[in-house]
Design a protein around this ligand. Structure first.
Ligand code: DAH
Length: 348
């Protein structure tokens, strides 16, 4: 049996632990308090253990037992209050993070893609569904790619200084994405099936023309490609953009890089072909230029025109968007007026 003095010290420590534990309200404080009793160097219970060496040998066993009991009790007690504190802390956290789900939400005004971007994405979607790959050329071109290789003779009106922004006698801002045709054909053997979207520049400015606008070029080169293949691809395009019932018709036209060349009209999607303001009473709306790739253009790119043939087309992206969304002034697409732009969305 330990002597009375020891019992008193032990009881005093127990009482002190109980009393101090009452006032704690966080697990950090429990940890700190535990240290003052259990720390191997400075802890009060550890100090009792260290006193062992001063106890007469015959009392040591009892002394050790009593101190060990106190230690076990204290550890257990600290563990219990620590658990209690942790629960309390969790409860406090839940309270502080509580959400009031009855509160009215802030009104969200989601943005939408620019109409020209929407149209470009739709066109890419339609033609990549037919197996076209994307080729993006550069906006600065030299004379050869923009004109000469495309069989555009020196005296052609498209070469007029008034239409083209020249950067130097040799370099210019491309006036058409058709220049992409040449880059692709120079670098790839047929079969070729590419779509080339991008910005083009012309010295032109009125309600339906802007000095910068976007085009999407299409080019297919393979054995036995004909105008029928072109019509098939464009029928699908107008149906997807303007509605299932839309059809196309081809009118003879002239472009230096295609022979024959055509102007493609689609049946008016507003009146169904009866004649209305949009189609100016004709039932048809002009949508793009196209044709069979001129033999000279194939030859310029090292492709044998006796073995291969192809078709090409050029779609104006702003024009297609203006027709589809009923916009009558191209400036509305470039003025960044959100009140106008947010009304136009195919994705809502
Ligand atoms: N490059 C022509 C333009 O800017 C559009 C065009 C017409 C592209 C006929 C073609 C085509 O590929 O075959 O007006």
């Amino acid at each position: 049996m330990a002597d009375n003095a020891l019992q008193e010290r032990i009881e005093a420590i127990r009482a002190e632990i109980r009393e101090k534990a009452e006032g704690l309200d966080s697990s950090r404080l429990v940890y700190e308090m535990k240290k003052t009793f259990m720390d191997p160097k400075q802890g009060k219970i550890s100090a009792l253990m260290k006193d062992m060496k001063n106890i007469p040998a015959e009392q040591r066993a009892d002394y050790g037992k009593a101190v060990n009991e106190l230690k076990t009790w204290a550890l257990d007690h600290f563990e219990k209050i620590d658990r209690k504190m942790k629960e309390l802390e969790l409860k406090r956290r839940y309270e502080s993070e509580k959400l009031d789900i009855t509160m009215p939400a802030k009104k969200e005004t989601p943005g939408n893609l620019h109409p020209v971007t929407q149209m470009r994405e739709q066109l890419i979607d339609i033609f990549s569904g037919m197996g076209f790959e994307i080729y993006e050329g550069s906006e600065i071109e030299n004379d050869y790619y923009n004109f000469t290789a495309l069989n555009t003779p020196q005296d052609h009106p498209a070469r007029d200084m008034q239409d083209t922004f020249y950067l130097s006698p040799e370099f210019l801002l491309r006036t058409q994405t058709s220049s992409g045709q040449i880059h692709v054909m120079e670098n790839k053997k047929p079969p070729i099936k590419i779509l080339s979207p991008g910005k083009v520049f012309r010295s032109d400015d009125d309600a339906t023309h802007s000095p910068m606008f976007s085009q999407m070029e299409g080019l297919v080169v393979d054995k036995k490609i004909t105008l029928c293949d072109l019509k098939g691809a464009l029928d699908l395009f107008v149906q997807k953009i303007y509605g299932e019932e839309t059809t196309t018709r081809l009118r003879p036209s002239y472009f230096p890089f295609t022979e024959p060349s055509v102007e493609v009209d689609c049946s008016c999607f507003s009146c169904g072909g009866k004649g209305c303001g949009l189609c100016k009473g004709t039932g048809w709306i002009e949508v793009l230029g196209a044709g069979v790739v001129n033999r000279k253009v194939l030859a310029n790119c090292g492709i044998d025109p006796d073995e291969y043939s192809g078709f090409a087309f050029g779609i104006g992206i702003e024009r297609t968007a203006m027709l589809k969304y009923g916009i009558n002034n191209i400036k509305l697409l470039f003025e960044s007026d959100l009140d106008v732009l947010k009304q136009i969305s195919d994705y809502q």
